[in-house]
Ligand binder design. Structure first.
Ligand code: ZN
Length: 483
């Protein structure tokens, strides 16, 4: 045998006989964690870095629940904080507590806090929701509360929700799972890769005539990748905090769980009966042309309300109800002509759309109807009912202050001859309201809200049960009777 072959054999044997030093330490230290334990890799990673330790009897106790004190110690070591034992301002954590130094360091960094009675309760066991918040704060994952913190962990492949759609925020966490989540937080190579996730549950998009946004992450702040038609089959991996991790046509993303159903929705592609309804809705987008209306945050009222009016028109056009608009372009229309428009076009209701403004000092939504005893427009009761239903639907879609339904002496209401309402969808010069006003998806939602509010009026006030199927065009149902 040649000398170099002997050398090679020696090197090979040596490398087999002398494993990596850290593996020797870890595997010999823990007598209840074998190499095929589900958390083996993660526990070894943490033990090698002295972030978690075994017990004196050589065990790790993977199923033992984690206390707040233990969690603080592990997190403190993971963040390489100073763990020197010291006094704390918590009545139940003395300087002899093994985690006292880490608790002080974590409190100083704003990662962990005690209770309002001045205690820290170091022996209370930690639940998954608390863990999610701690990891988000410690590693700056961005989650602020239990819901957003759980969503951030899911999005990063650190935790998964349960098949029932919950995150199990109240469930206690054991040492094995805490080790997994901590290792994944510290080292991306431990995280769940999209291609390792099993998309095993088939569900169906259930959105009526609307489409469902497939997004990059679990939340509306994540970009939309594509939109899915109702009836589309999707493969679900997990759901939590209202969002499902899905795969559809090879694309992976997140959708709102509330628009998924376990059985295929029975929507016919065209639910619209052939016969036209005898109902006509008049939409009046305020201002136009030389009259910009209110302005604020770089937006003009005339453009915003025309856009929302057209969305409302789109929704009505998916039903047999007739729809007419006082203006469909950026043109000026006299108030008197708007008021006459309804009777000229055989309208049944008149909905005028506006945005408010008050030098940036007010916000919220309100709806007006004409209620003067002079009663030029005699439809006081019906106008009020129409306003109530519109305002309620507006409140459903935009989370803005409710300024209520009010009497208002506006010419388009006063001189009208049909039930008429003027909606102020929000303040265009408000920094809060503009978040909705500026967003195209939110404007579309407002168009849908005004459509549904009008249907609610027909259904509840006029007793028009024939509008019931029209709700199905958007997968909705009548509101409760409000007037
Ligand atoms: Zn206006």
């Amino acid at each position: 045998m040649k000398k170099w072959i002997l050398m090679l054999i020696f090197v090979l044997i040596a490398s087999v006989l002398v494993p990596h030093q850290s593996q020797v330490n870890a595997s010999t230290n823990l007598n209840d964690i074998s190499a095929n334990h589900r958390a083996y890799k993660e526990i070894m990673y943490l033990v090698d870095r002295s972030i978690v330790n075994g017990y004196d009897d050589g065990s790790f106790k993977p199923l033992k629940q984690v206390t707040r004190g233990e969690a603080a110690a592990m997190l403190g070591r993971a963040l390489k904080l100073d763990g020197t034992k010291k006094g704390t301002h918590f009545s139940d954590v003395g300087s002899n507590n093994m985690a006292s130094g880490y608790i002080v360091a974590l409190v100083n960094k704003g990662i962990i806090s005690g209770y309002s009675d001045g205690t820290f309760r170091p022996n209370n066991v930690l639940n998954r929701g608390e863990m999610a918040i701690l990891l988000n704060r410690a590693f700056n994952f961005g989650g602020q509360n239990a819901t957003t913190a759980a969503a951030a962990l899911m999005q990063k492949g650190i935790a998964q929700g349960y098949p029932d759609g919950s995150f199990g925020a109240q469930e206690k966490i054991v040492r094995a799972d805490f080790s997994i989540f901590l290792a994944r937080s510290l080292n991306e190579s431990f995280r769940i890769k999209s291609d390792e996730v099993s998309f095993s549950t088939t569900m169906y998009v259930n959105t009526g005539s609307d489409t469902l946004n497939l997004r990059k992450g679990p939340g509306t702040s994540y970009a939309s990748i594509s939109s899915l038609k109702s009836g589309t089959a999707v493969a679900v991996a997990s759901s939590a905090s209202g969002w499902s991790h899905i795969k559809v046509n090879g694309v992976i993303g997140y959708v709102s769980t509330s628009y998924l159903s376990t059985s295929k929705p029975s929507v016919s592609p065209n639910p619209i009966p052939v016969v036209k309804s005898n109902l006509t809705v008049i939409i009046d987008p305020g201002h136009g042309g030389k009259d910009p209306g209110a302005t604020g945050n770089g937006f003009l009222e005339k453009n915003v309300v025309l856009n929302i009016g057209k969305h409302m028109q789109d929704y009505i056009e998916k039903t047999p109800i007739n729809v007419k608009m006082t203006r469909e372009t950026d043109k000026f229309v006299e108030l008197a002509d708007r008021a006459k428009f309804a009777s000229r076009n055989d309208g049944d209701v008149f909905v005028s759309i506006h945005t408010n403004a008050l030098n940036g000092s007010a916000n919220g939504q309100e709806t007006f109807y004409y209620a003067s005893t002079a009663a030029v427009n005699p439809n006081v009761k019906s106008s009020r009912a129409l306003s109530i239903y519109l305002q309620a639907r507006m409140q459903e879609v935009w989370d803005l202050k409710n300024r209520g339904v009010k009497a208002g002496n506006y010419q388009v209401l006063r001189q009208n001859t049909v039930p008429a309402a003027l909606v102020e969808i929000g303040f265009i010069d408000s920094t809060t309201d503009i978040q909705y006003i500026k967003d195209e998806a939110d404007r579309k939602a407002m168009g849908k809200a005004l459509f549904l509010g009008t249907l609610d009026y027909f259904y509840h006030y006029e007793g028009r049960t024939d509008v019931l199927p029209y709700y199905k065009t958007v997968g909705a149902a009548p509101s409760y009777k409000r007037h």
